[in-house]
Design a protein. Sequence first.
Length: 159
Amino acid sequence: MLDRLHPGTTAANKKSDRFQRIKQTLLKSPVHLCLERAELITAFFRSYNNPSDPVIIQKAKALRYLLRHKSVRIFPHELIAGNVGYHRKSAILQPELSSVFGCQELLWIDKRQTTPFQMSWKKRIKLIFKSYPTGFCGTWFSVPFSRTSDVFSDMLSNS
């Protein structure tokens, strides 16, 4: 209790050091475009969705699937854990709300002046051909999902 009242004490310095380490890590970390949410939502709609359910029920079931299958990452020095994506600083994709990226923008997404996102070429290809079944140029719900594999399945299975 005295440590909280007297900021110069050792316990208060440890808290400050921990906070500074987290802050520096966040400031140095690039923003990554995380595909996990897009992959999970797509997997749900491809394999488990019942199109005869009302849309609100489909969305609720998709959210339940997402929360049950999403990975949990606890980063060093955290006391309160939780993050939207796999990386320390992540931007997520929400395929059910349509994509915010155009086909051409994905090519230079890591080189944009404003909000560049780190993403490997393998993940970019996976995003276009697996997570977004109609590709970035189409609307996500415009073509029904197919359970058949595509040309890129073997290449992407190890990601």
